[in-house]
Design a protein around this ligand. Structure first.
Ligand SMILES: Cc1cc2nc3c(=O)[nH]c(=O)nc-3n(C[C@H](O)[C@H](O)[C@H](O)COP(=O)(O)OP(=O)(O)OC[C@H]3O[C@@H](n4cnc5c(N)ncnc54)[C@H](O)[C@@H]3O)c2cc1C
Length: 425
């Protein structure tokens, strides 16, 4: 709907871009009843159509697109940026880096720092499954193996059924390769989907490696450079929903970038306001830690499954208003607090091992982010009262305050639920 609101797609085009839709989806852990939810991660997007439609619109409005052109240098001047494209070059007021996780600019800004977390994902889309009406948003079928917990996802797709195996790791050099994880995927897929590999007709295979840095979103150290999408590291370290995260922030970024350009607020401090600290993302670091195992850490094989089963059971007990935002990758203070309280009183034995598992530093860091989440939640309503006063200020000051208000809103997950309209495809 944000694409419709920003007039990038018509409702008819959006309906075509939605290639598939299904319900319900399942959360499943061994030895505990499954949880079923509706309308979460239940839409498949046709990327070819989506990109072709957006491209046509961009060109129609005078945009220039240089496909198959590599950006190999960016030079910042006091009055603009020079963008090197092999032999050629472009000049601009602002350079927006959307070059993904392995953006050379992001690597330079991070000075070669190793990511604290890595999510590895492998999977495929195949036909031949007997059951393909429902999906799995989060499933585990095995205890901890190879110093990590395997998680599964499955979705009915237009071309068959998509199944993923993913896991959270640190970036230790002794960790296994994506190739090994693919072998594991093929070894366990028959058990997971109750089908022989020979019955499947693979349409495509896919894999990915998502680095995540504690110091996120990345604060660009340069004037006139803004990182967005995966290169900015602004998505949650527990989901690999970078596309969803970008879509969620698209409206905020679009108006923020326009304001920054018009107010000539393009210093590094100005642009950092567009990728602010968000406590609701920062708190998820501990979840990532709790779902991963150190390379030499001794952990009970069922610890992660027990913890997740207890947390999800609490969320289910507390209702859809608590469970749904979490599954949509949005952490909110009241929901998080109630879940923690409920899990602690109903299943303390599952919670206690988390403390030595994640360590005191991670726990204290989490506590600070949790308190900040509460503060941001409390501050957000203030922005409505203060907004009318902004007209008295200079464009630069207006830009600064607007970004602060947006940080309170998005940083506390209050942006959720803006789009209620349901498109029938
Ligand atoms: C298997 C898998 C499943 C996923 N599932 C989901 C999902 O269900 N939901 C979801 O929300 N997200 C999902 N994601 C994540 C999602 O695909 C990414 O978050 C998203 O594509 C990030 O978009 P981006 O534009 O920031 O970066 P990218 O899509 O990585 O695009 C970066 C672009 O920059 C180009 N580039 C890089 N360097 C240069 C250069 N020097 N010059 C010019 N161009 C350059 C690259 O060629 C590329 O086209 C999944 C990813 C994988 C791998």
């Amino acid at each position: 709907m944000v694409l419709v609101e920003l007039e990038l797609l018509s409702e008819a085009e959006l309906a075509i871009a939605i290639a598939s839709e299904y319900n319900p989806t399942r959360i499943s852990f061994p030895n505990t009843p499954d949880i079923w939810v509706r309308d979460v991660l239940n839409i498949g997007v046709d990327p070819v159509y989506l990109l072709a439609t957006l491209k046509a619109k961009f060109l129609k409005h005078g945009g220039k697109l240089l496909e198959f052109t590599s950006c190999d240098r960016v030079k910042i001047h006091p009055n603009g940026v020079e963008i090197g494209l092999g032999e050629g070059q472009l000049t601009s007021k602002l350079f927006i880096d959307a070059m993904g996780h392995f953006s050379p600019l992001a690597a330079q800004a991070r000075a070669g720092k190793k990511p604290e977390g890595i999510c590895l994902v492998v999977g495929s889309c195949a036909t031949g499954f007997e059951q393909n009406q429902t999906g799995d948003i989060f499933a585990a079928i095995t205890p901890i193996q190879n110093q990590c917990q395997y998680f599964w996802e499955a979705f009915p797709a237009r071309d068959g059924r998509t199944t993923y195996l993913f896991t959270y790791l640190d970036a230790h050099p002794d960790r296994f390769s994506l190739e090994f994880l693919f072998d594991e995927y093929l070894r366990l897929l028959p058990t997971y989907q109750n089908i022989e590999l020979a019955q499947l007709n693979f349409q495509r295979c896919l894999f990915g490696c998502f680095p995540s840095y504690r110091d996120s979103p990345l604060k660009t150290p340069w004037a006139r450079v803004l990182l967005i999408g995966d290169s900015s590291g602004s998505q949650s370290p527990v989901s690999f929903g970078g596309f969803g995260s970008m879509i969620r922030h698209l409206s905020r970024l679009t108006s923020g970038i326009e304001m920054a350009i018009q107010a000539d607020a393009l210093s590094n401090q100005d642009l950092q306001l567009l990728q602010p600290y968000q406590p609701n993302i920062a708190v998820t670091w501990m979840f990532q830690r709790a779902m991963s195992v150190g390379i030499e850490q001794q952990v009970h094989p069922d610890q992660i499954n027990n913890l997740l089963a207890a947390v999800f059971r609490s969320m289910e007990h507390l209702g859809d208003d608590i469970l749904r935002p979490f599954l949509q990758d949005v952490v909110q203070f009241p929901a998080l607090s109630r879940t923690l309280f409920q899990t602690s009183i109903t299943n303390l034995p599952a919670v206690i091992p988390v403390v030595p598992h994640v360590g005191m530093i991670t726990l204290l860091d989490w506590l600070i982010n949790y308190i900040n989440l509460g503060i941001y939640s409390g501050l957000d309503p203030l922005s409505k009262l203060l907004n009318p006063l902004l007209t008295q200020l200079s464009p630069q000051q207006q830009y600064h305050y607007q970004q602060l208000f947006q940080a309170w809103k998005y940083g506390s997950g209050k942006d959720l639920g803006r789009y209620k309209l349901k498109i029938e495809s």
